[in-house]
Design a protein around this ligand. Structure first.
Ligand code: HEC
Length: 118
C-alpha cells in the first residue's frame, strides 16, 4: 500500500515538473520571437520605443486582447477603443501585422506572463 502512495506521489511530482518545464520552453520560444520580430519597436522593461514597453502588459490587458492585438492589429485599430487610444499616444504609428501563427502568439504570451511574474 505504501509503495502505491509513493509511486502516485512520484508521478504527481514529476508531471508537475515536466509541465512547468514545458511552459518554460514555450516562454523561451516566445522570447526568441520577441527578440527577432518585436524588439525594433518594443522593449521589455526598458521603456517606450516606437510602441509601448511590454513589461506588465499581461497585467494591464486581458490575454485575449493581447492575442488579437498581435494577430490582427489592423482590425483592432479600427474597432477597439483601447487600441485606438494607444495609436494616438504613439504618434499615429500603427502596430503592424507580422502574420504570426497562433502557436507563435501563444509562445509570446507565455513569455510576457513569465516576465510579469518576476
Ligand atoms: C513597427 C513597429 C512595431 C512592431 C515591429 C511591433 N509592434 Fe507592437 N505596437 C507598436 C505600436 C506603435 C503600438 C501601439 C499601438 C499603435 O500605435 O498601433 C503597439 C502595440 C502593441 C501591443 C499593445 C501594448 C499595450 O500596452 O497594450 C502589444 C501587445 C504589441 N504591440 C505586441 C507586439 C509584438 C508581440 C510584436 C512582435 C511580434 C510587435 N508588437 C511588433 C509597434 C510595433
Amino acid at each position: 500500500m505504501r509503495i502505491i502512495i509513493l509511486i502516485t506521489l512520484f508521478i504527481t511530482i514529476s508531471s508537475f515538473f515536466s509541465l512547468s518545464f514545458a511552459q518554460d520552453k514555450k516562454a523561451e520560444a516566445g522570447k526568441a520571437i520577441f527578440e527577432s520580430k518585436c524588439i525594433v519597436c518594443h522593449t521589455m522593461g526598458k521603456g517606450k520605443l516606437i510602441g509601448p514597453d511590454l513589461k506588465g502588459v499581461t497585467q494591464r490587458r486581458k490575454t485575449d486582447w493581447i492575442k488579437k492585438m498581435i494577430k490582427d492589429p489592423d482590425a483592432m485599430l479600427k474597432t477597439d477603443d483601447t487600441a485606438k487610444k494607444l495609436f494616438q499616444e504613439h504618434n499615429n504609428v500603427p502596430m503592424i501585422n507580422l502574420g504570426l501563427k497562433d502557436a507563435e502568439i501563444d509562445s509570446l504570451i507565455a513569455y510576457f506572463k513569465f516576465e510579469d511574474k518576476k
